[in-house]
Structures are given as structure tokens and as C-alpha cells.
Design a protein around this ligand. Structure first.
Ligand SMILES: Cc1cc2nc3c(=O)[nH]c(=O)nc-3n(C[C@H](O)[C@H](O)[C@H](O)COP(=O)(O)OP(=O)(O)OC[C@H]3O[C@@H](n4cnc5c(N)ncnc54)[C@H](O)[C@@H]3O)c2cc1C
Length: 315
């Protein structure tokens, strides 16, 4: 099939997001093979169309107007296991990676159980993590397409410059994550399954059931909180919510009395205040206004600046 035949037009994007929100892509393609990606990038360059990358859509707010350019959805979802190494296409889901690792008695990915739809590529870009672990602990090498240099490059774990929910790939749109090698460890089946079940159960109790994009804001470093507002930092410490040097953004949102706050169809979840849920017909605009309201309230009350973990697409 030629690239002209592969590129689709006016494709609704809400279906590809966990928020179930967002307008159409002017152009859309799924990249399953390296050639798909290369052809798509070249096509967009020739047509002077902007390129947007979509993984599982579990951490994005897509503009109601959609994306004015070519949306490339990473669909290279092959996973191969060689001993303690898992080689995963950027489009493979974390959920499948957890299942396969568990089946092979490989430990290291248990924390990711229950994160819906997220892909390995999206998870590496944002250094996704939970329960004290993150992609940084297991990503050995990352193969990326460098858009400027028009070639594939291999990043070591160190090159990725991982930090809390950050990586070198988040710094610019130049890097398209294509494949990742995860370094896992042979473990004990019963212990791995028990850990997976424990994390699943914990999510079941904490995660809202309505559509969301996970945590909206990054958790706050305790050092930052101390410098911004020592009283709130002391309160967090005495409430026992400062863990691993961070305080949950949800805690301070709840402290500000914003749990349940609703704008249009967007609502601060009653189960977890760092989640905004789409109660029915929320628009991206509702979500964006609610985010800005939360930031303003928390800043005005506590002199604390919240930063988004969710990513904006098409704004
Ligand atoms: C219920 C729920 C629970 C969640 N729990 C957690 C959690 O515990 N921990 C956590 O860290 N996150 C969590 N998340 C958020 C989300 O799942 C992660 O951030 C995930 O890593 C995003 O991956 P994705 O494939 O869905 O990325 P997308 O949402 O599709 O994209 C996110 C960003 O990455 C870019 N991107 C995606 N793929 C690539 C690629 N291959 N190359 C370059 N750029 C790319 C996109 O352009 C976008 O800017 C949760 C989300 C939900 C809905």
C-alpha cells in the first residue's frame, strides 16, 4: 500500500484516549513497521504538516479542535523475551508487558499492573512509575528516531536522563521512541503474582472508574514545598503524606477543598483528587479550565505552583 493510501483523513481521536475527549486528526496513520514511520515523517515534511505522536492516549488532553497535522499512532507492538531482557515495540502496552513478564517469571514491571492502555513508548518518555519504581529502573536501551538527523539512534539508560516523570525525550519533539529493551530479573512466580495482585488491588481502590488521564499534576518534592510554604510542608509531614521526598498533588488539592469541583463535564475525582474525570460530555476546554482553576486556587492559598503531568496535544 502506498503512503497516500495509508494516510487517513479526519479521524476522530477521542476513541484513542482514556479521557474519551478530543477532536479529529487532520491526517492519521498507524506506524507498525519502521518503514511506516519513515514514510509518514517524509510525507508530513513534504506536505509541511506538523507531526503529533500518540501512544495509548492515557496521559493526553487532545484539543476539541483536534490536531492540525499528521497524527502518528505507534502501533509497533511486538514483544520478544531473551533471558532477562524484554525487547518491546514502543506501541506495546505496559499491561501486556506485565502479563508476559509474569508468565516468564520476570520481575521488575509489577508496579505497572493496572495502568490502562499506556504504551511502553509513552511510559519511557514520561518515565512512568508507581509504588516507588519507574521505567528508569528497567529501561536498558531505547531506540529512537531522531527527526532532525533523519536516523535511528540508540540511547543508553544514562543518555535518557531520567528523573521524576521526565526524560531527555520530553525535552523536544525531535525524538520518537521506537523500541525499548527492558532489563528484568528472574524471580519467584508466587512472589511476582502476589505483587501484581497487590498493586492491582491498590489501584482498584484508589483509581476512579470514570474516564481520566491518570494523575493530572506531578507530585511535589518536599524540598520545594518547604521553600514555598513551610507550614503546609510541616502539615504534610505530620499527616504522614510525605513519601520518598514527595507529597501527593492530590493531598494539597484536597486540602484546598477542591475535591468534587466541577466545571462543565470535568470533575475533580472524589476517589483521588489528583484525577480529573470526564463525568459524561466533558470537553477538552472543560478540563483545561478546571486545571487552570486548580492551579490558581492552590497558588493563591498556599503559594504552591502545581505542574501538569498530563500532556497537551493540538494546543
Ligand atoms: C487510570 C490511569 C492510571 C495511571 N496511572 C499511572 C501511574 O501509576 N504512573 C504513571 O506514571 N502514569 C500513570 N498514568 C498515566 C499514563 O498511563 C502514563 O503516563 C503512560 O506512560 C502514558 O503512555 P501512553 O502510551 O498512553 O502515552 P500517550 O498518552 O499516548 O502520550 C503521552 C505523551 O507521550 C508522547 N508519546 C507517546 N508515545 C511516544 C513515542 N513512542 N515516542 C515519542 N513520544 C511519545 C505523546 O506525544 C504525548 O506527549 C495513568 C493513566 C490512567 C488513565
Amino acid at each position: 500500500m502506498s503512503i497516500e493510501e495509508k494516510v487517513q483523513e479526519n479521524i476522530p481521536l477521542a476513541q484513542f484516549t482514556t479521557f474519551r475527549i478530543g477532536g479529529p486528526a487532520k491526517f492519521f496513520i498507524e506506524a507498525k513497521e519502521k518503514d511506516d514511520l519513515l514514510e509518514a515523517i517524509k510525507w508530513a515534511k513534504d506536505k509541511k504538516e506538523k507531526v503529533y505522536i500518540l501512544g495509548g492516549g492515557s496521559n493526553v488532553i487532545i484539543n476539541d479542535k483536534g490536531a492540525d497535522g499528521l497524527v502518528i499512532r505507534m502501533a509497533n507492538d511486538e514483544i520478544k523475551i531473551h533471558g532477562e531482557r524484554m525487547e518491546a515495540g514502543a506501541g506495546a502496552t505496559l499491561a501486556r508487558a506485565v502479563r508476559l513478564a509474569t508468565g516468564e517469571n520476570l520481575s521488575g514491571l509489577e508496579w505497572a499492573a493496572g495502568i490502562p492502555r499506556a504504551t511502553i513508548g509513552g511510559a519511557v518518555r514520561g518515565n512512568a512509575g508507581a509504588f516507588g519504581s519507574s521505567m528508569n529502573d528497567i529501561a536498558e536501551t531505547v531506540e529512537v528516531f531522531n527527526v532532525k538527523k533523519e536516523k535511528f539512534e540508540l540511547f543508553s539508560n544514562k543518555d535518557c536522563q531520567f528523573s521524576y516523570r521526565e526524560s531527555a525525550f520530553k525535552e523536544s519533539d525531535n525524538y520518537l521512541i521506537w523500541k525499548v529493551v527492558l532489563r528484568l530479573k528472574k524471580g519467584n512466580t508466587i512472589e511476582i503474582e502476589a505483587a501484581v495482585n497487590k498493586f492491582l488491588e491498590s489501584r482498584q481502590n484508589r483509581q476512579p472508574k470514570l474516564p481520566s488521564a491518570g494523575s493530572v499534576f506531578k507530585n511535589l518534592s518536599l524540598d520545594y514545598l518547604k521553600s514555598a510554604n513551610s507550614n503546609v510542608a510541616d502539615l504534610a509531614i505530620s499527616a504522614g503524606v510525605a513519601k520518598d521526598g514527595r507529597v501527593g498533588a492530590g493531598w494539597i488539592i484536597e486540602l484546598a477543598g477542591l475535591k468534587g469541583k466541577k466545571i462543565g463535564g470535568a470533575k475533580v475525582s472524589l476517589e483521588h483528587a489528583n484525577f480529573i474525570v470526564n463525568t459524561s460530555q466533558a470537553t477538552a476546554e472543560d478540563i483545561v479550565i478546571l486545571i487552570s482553576y486548580i492551579k490558581q486556587q492552590v497558588r493563591n492559598r498556599y503559594n504552591v505552583q502545581l505542574q501538569e503531568e498530563v500532556q497537551y496535544l493540538g494546543f
